[in-house]
Write a protein that binds this ligand. Sequence first.
Ligand SMILES: [Fe+2]
Length: 251
Amino acid sequence: MIIAQISDSHLDPEAPNAVARLHALERCVADINRLDPGPDAVIHTGDITHNGTPEKYDTALRVLGQLRAPLHVAAGNRDDRALIAANFDTGRDLMPGTPFVQYSIDSYPVRLIALDTLSETSNLGDFCDVRARNLKRSLAEDASKPTALFMHHPPFEIPQSKFRFQFDDWDGVARMAEAMEGHGQVVRVFTGHAHRDASGMIAGVPAQSVPSVAIDLRLGTYSGAAEAAPVYFIHRFDGRIITETRIADQV
Ligand SMILES: [Fe+2]
């Protein structure tokens, strides 16, 4: 199975770099559509828009709607939970009757679970008891299939970042780790928010954040063709799990 991962497009017509951000997302979508073999699924790990309004999501949907592969989205702190749930394929709702956008896609060889890491009080991450209990229960439902978790905020330390900790406090990360313990089918954690390529571990599982699609918001060092082009990840699951950084428009 192949998953393309994009993140942090931060579409915003009011931003000084609005046109460039839109163009960066268009370039990623076109590039993903050109992949051969193409991905089985695309995940966007949040902050599709910058402070989402229905109009901003219309623009995002116009671009993301051109993807040939199915798209699944984790809500970012700049997104609107209700508009994410209303506009994107959020599979099987794991927490119906709550505001949390936590869901499972069970139809692929790798099960995908989107986690809601939004905080009520900040732009950082949070993972409360209710969401953690739900994750634990959801993982217990099916231990037979390799499972990847995807979410907006990285639940690991990023020492090279000005924002070393991406959660309100480390208790949220501890609750997530505790819910994952004993569920060996979880093989990878994919995140956004940090706007840079960074890796860590949670509950013994390798976790990685992808650079932002928005080039003006991207952090880290990019040289050669990557300097002026958006980048994204391709995750390949074929016995081994390999993540490759893809530079859009490179043949
Ligand atoms: Fe974010």
